[in-house]
Design a protein around this ligand. Structure first.
Ligand code: G4P
Length: 533
């Protein structure tokens, strides 16, 4: 029985994983793919090999070239749902790509290291989710190691993220004594079976037993602790509330060990049960605000990432298009709002192990659109070219550098190159109001290296990056244009514009920003800029 496009869209679950490096995102991704049946293997050793194979040649090129591994998409079917797992590159190459990928997700899984709790990068990524009210499911990982007290962990989530927690499970100890977890809704116990000496992950159904049986086999102290903790948690914490979750105010919590494949089935089941399908998206049509629903007939979507110059011999690019409505068919012609036409002859679908040409795709899906540079990050595409999605945010860079060409005659040339990279979303480019400096901004330092490499490889230019006299950039706006104008005039040596001509305050440090804000309460200094594209 074939499903209607609206039904197909309704069964999409597009999500991303957010975490601090080393919390276990890669291991969890792999184990989710295993649990979902997208890849098959028996154990850890094979997993490493398989992981290598899951990355196609394409990825290999990216790796070999030292360019950030792209935010790719892994699609798998499970429980009659189509899961699109968006991979957010999260390591050294932490960049705006990571943030932008979240704009294409309908929900997120937050992975915490049970011994560490909320770490800086988790917090940053969480803020992006909050900005868009993206619902979050929490996976507390590495329970097979000594963990913080479970209540303490939940308190930390509550305090640092202002997010209500609703544990669906309660762990029985951690580390050496880790015995499993109680399913707080069903009232039974999922036991953690210690593995053989080489501690291979055991993939398959979870081992559920009654509490009685658990009592019979597990250390009494551990069981007492579990019952006591579970009782406390049930009394002290609110019950899971679906609406609060969907609005981004509450997170269901699952415990586990990605490495040992424990809790992964439960996480997947939780996603299947609660994660929302493709969300309605705010947009504009003929200057009127509209909301695009996944069941709308006309095909529409937005580009959240561009992977450019994959092959140095061809200026080819792949735009990652998140579909928001309609039934996309291979060969379709889509238009941007600036009336650029793209014939999508060979859209790429990203399965766990391969890339394939997509014949059809629906809201929630991500397809790769090969193009020759016509598409930009943030472009909206639709059948009539009349739908403009609300923007993908720009983030204030954390690193600012002054760029100059090694050959002083090549200044114009360099500006063009930097503008084109900024258009692509690789880095940002600011122009101070005074002088002719080019100030580039990046969220992570690897971005600067990637930029230098690309300027050399693609534009045949040697660029030198020097410390800038500014370290912080903030977008400035105000409801009162006169006040804004006056500020810009008065602070000409500390302001500039971004690629779109929007005013930016270039400050020495965060203290300066605070001071300027205090002195100019009618102005807004923001670390993100949402553009209507
Ligand atoms: P990341 O993508 O978030 O950076 O984390 P990744 O999955 O690479 O995991 C970081 C380290 O933590 C890896 O160890 C991984 O094996 C380990 N790990 C992940 N999940 C668990 C878990 O549930 N329990 C335990 N005990 N360890 C876990 P590594 O030694 O850095 O790498 P590797 O040599 O094992 O690849």
């Amino acid at each position: 029985m074939s499903l209607s496009p609206a039904e197909e869209a309704a069964r999409r679950r597009t999500f991303a994983i957010i975490s601090h490096p080393d919390a276990g995102k890669t291991t969890l991704t792999e184990n989710l793919l295993l649990a979902g049946g997208a890849i098959r293997l028996a154990g850890q050793v094979a997993a490493r090999g398989e992981r290598r194979r899951t990355q196609s040649d394409w990825m290999k090129i990216e790796r070999d070239r030292g360019i950030s591994v792209s935010a790719s998409v892994m699609t798998f079917e499970h429980d009659n749902l189509v899961f699109n797992l968006l991979d957010t590159p999260g390591h050294e190459d932490f960049s705006e790509d990571t943030y932008r990928t979240l704009t294409a997700a309908d929900s997120a899984v937050m992975v915490l290291d049970a011994a560490k709790g909320i770490e800086p990068q988790t917090l940053k990524l969480f803020e992006v989710c909050r900005m868009r009210d993206i619902p979050i499911t929490t996976f507390i990982n590495k329970m097979d190691r000594e963990a913080l007290d479970p209540l303490e962990l939940l308190d930390e989530i509550q305090d640092k993220l202002q997010l209500d927690t609703a544990p669906l499970f309660w762990p029985a100890a951690s580390g050496q004594r880790f015995a499993g977890m109680k399913d707080l809704r069903k009232g039974d116990f999922i036991s953690f079976r210690k593995k053989t000496a080489d501690q291979q992950a055991e993939v398959g159904p979870s081992h559920r037993i009654g509490m009685q049986e658990a009592r019979g086999t597990i250390d009494t102290m551990v069981m007492d602790e579990l019952e006591e903790g579970a009782e406390l948690a049930t009394e002290a914490l609110p019950e899971f509330d679906r609406q609060a979750y969907e609005e981004g105010h509450m997170t269901p919590v699952v415990y586990g060990s990605a490495l040992r494949h424990f809790g992964v089935n439960e996480l997947l089941a939780t996603l299947a049960e609660f994660a929302p399908g493709p969300r309605p998206q705010k947009a504009e049509k003929k200057d009127q605000p509209i909301v695009v629903e996944r069941s709308d007939k006309a095909v529409s979507g937005f580009v959240f990432k561009i992977q450019a110059n994959m092959d140095p011999n061809h200026r080819d690019r792949v735009a990652f298009l998140r579909l928001c409505s309609g039934e996309f068919k291979r060969g379709m012609r889509l238009k941007t709002t600036s009336n650029k036409q793209i014939n999508v002859h060979a859209p790429l679908m990203f399965l766990a192990q391969d890339r394939e040409i997509a014949e059809t795709a629906y809201a929630g899906d991500v397809i790769g659109v090969p193009n020759h540079g016509q598409l930009r990050v943030g472009d909206s595409l639709s059948e009539n070219g009349d739908i403009k999605f609300q923007g993908i945010p720009n983030f204030a860079p954390e690193i600012l550098r002054r760029a100059r060409p090694k050959d002083p005659m090549k200044s114009k040339h360099l500006r063009k190159a930097l503008e084109s990279l900024a258009e692509e979303g690789v880095t940002q480019l600011f122009t101070p109001a005074l002088g002719s400096d080019m100030i580039v901004g990046a969220v992570g330092s690897l971005q600067i290296d990637v930029m230098a490499e690309r300027v050399a490889a693609e534009y045949n230019l040697e660029v030198v990056f020097e410390p800038a006299s500014y370290n912080v950039a903030r977008w400035i706006s105000s409801d009162d244009p006169a006040k804004l104008e006056a500020f810009l005039e008065k602070n000409r040596s500390a302001v500039g514009t971004d690629l779109d001509g929007a005013p930016v305050y270039l400050a020495k440090n965060a203290w300066d920003v605070g001071y300027a804000q205090e002195k100019n309460p009618e102005l807004k200094f923001t670390a993100t800029k949402e553009r209507l594209l």
